[in-house]
Design a protein around this ligand. Structure first.
Ligand code: GDD
Ligand code: MG
Length: 347
């Protein structure tokens, strides 16, 4: 079975981090989420991947290439204009063939795809939508199910107070190729607002099946932060680089921690990082590869992407810092989300 990864959104709610980066490339535990996702699919026996890219596609294509390094084959589709979730799937039709799994690449999850396929087969469904339960479904696609699990209503982002249930679309679909037949080609189509409601109205079997394991949409910076705290707390398990030092401290290769610097768990520090004297890192800090934390600097409840510098005596609390950004000495940042345009791209 092939996987189609929807990775072409503009990530507007995660700006400025996603200004020039596809959201699924945002690191989770110092590695692009998309890399964890691909490794997870491979573990489940899915090694043929089609990637529907649009926003800064070169950032994905240059990183993953043909997928060989990850033991998978990756093919990319081209969208001259954003085609929306169903339009992007329709556009990939020639590369898909038989039954496939479509996944919103911006959700961080450990879903058991095989369990969804089993539910799909048992129901003899045309489409099976993975479902999760959330307290506030207003930001998601909400479903109403019959007793046998069939979805009888699908409402995308219902107004507060008008929710049919707390069960939402997890963004993972098992689809038969026939489901693509009704999607018009060459224009923007939303699977949530058009395709699912019309298949349901036509009486086609659209099944709902629970997704087990960790699930979180990384849509906003707030949720992006939550994902990291869950990772540090052990609620989300991912393959991380570095070595566990015990007591909630993990450190990458070649990292130097000066005497008198303090790592307060839980913390995750990448490779080749330099942490200066009397610096305090953590609790709840994720430091990317090749970062420098200056003397006496403090980084708490924050995520720094690769190659950042928190210069001498700088303080960061509840921040997310994009790759390569330098915080000047003694600068104080509280609840900031900051990023910098790579030099090569400014002209
Ligand atoms: N290729 C391509 N082209 N991909 C796209 C496009 C497009 O035009 N538009 C969106 N995508 C990708 C995004 O990159 C993302 O991975 C996925 O499709 C979903 O789009 P979002 O913009 O992130 O949607 P959402 O988070 O508001 O809602 C969706 O996800 C929820 C679960 O997280 C919906 O599917 C909801 O129903 C669902 O509950
Ligand atoms: Mg999303």
């Amino acid at each position: 079975m092939k996987a189609l990864l929807l990775a072409g959104g503009f990530g507007t709610r995660m700006r400025p981090l996603t200004e020039r980066l596809p959201k699924p490339m945002a690191p989770v535990g110092n590695r692009p989420w998309l890399e964890h996702l691909i490794a997870g699919l491979k573990q489940q026996g899915i090694d043929e991947i089609v990637m529907a890219v649009k926003h800064y596609p070169e950032r994905i294509i240059e990183y993953f290439g043909d997928g060989g390094k990850w033991g998978v084959t990756i093919r990319y589709t081209h969208e001259p204009v954003p085609l929306g979730t169903a339009g992007a799937i329709k556009n990939a039709e020639p590369l898909l063939g038989g039954r496939f799994v479509a996944i919103n690449a911006d959700i961080v999850h450990r879903a058991d795809i095989r369990a969804l396929v089993k539910a799909h087969e048992e129901a003899g469904a045309l489409v099976t939508i993975g479902l999760v339960e959330v307290a506030d479904p207003s930001q998601f696609g909400v479903v109403e199910q019959a007793e046998d699990g069939r979805i009888v209503r699908f409402v995308e982002k219902p107004p507060r107070g008008e929710k049919p249930s707390n069960r939402i679309n997890a963004g993972i679909y098992i689809m038969e190729p026939e489901a693509l037949r009704s999607i018009p080609a060459g224009r923007e189509v939303s699977i949530e607002r058009e395709t699912f409601p019309s298949l349901i109205a036509a009486g086609r079997r659209v099944q709902g099946a629970d997704v087990s394991g960790y699930w979180m949409d990384m849509g906003t910076s707030e949720r992006y932060r939550r994902i990291h705290w869950d990772l540090l707390d052990g609620k989300l398990e991912l393959d991380l680089a570095g070595e566990e030092r015990g007591g909630g401290i993990r450190i990458g290769e070649g990292t130097e921690v000066a005497k008198g610097a303090m790592l307060v768990p839980p913390v995750l520090v990448g490779s080749r990082v330099k942490i200066g004297e009397r610096a305090v890192v953590g609790p709840y800090a994720v430091i990317g590869d090749d970062c420098v934390i200056g003397r006496g600097a403090r980084v708490t409840h924050s995520i720094l992407w690769d190659r950042c510098v928190a210069a001498e005596a700088a303080q960061l609390n509840r921040c997310i810092v994009g790759s390569g950004l330098k915080i000047d000495p003694r600068h104080l940042l509280h609840e900031a989300v900051v990023s910098v345009i790579p030099e090569a791209e400014t002209i």
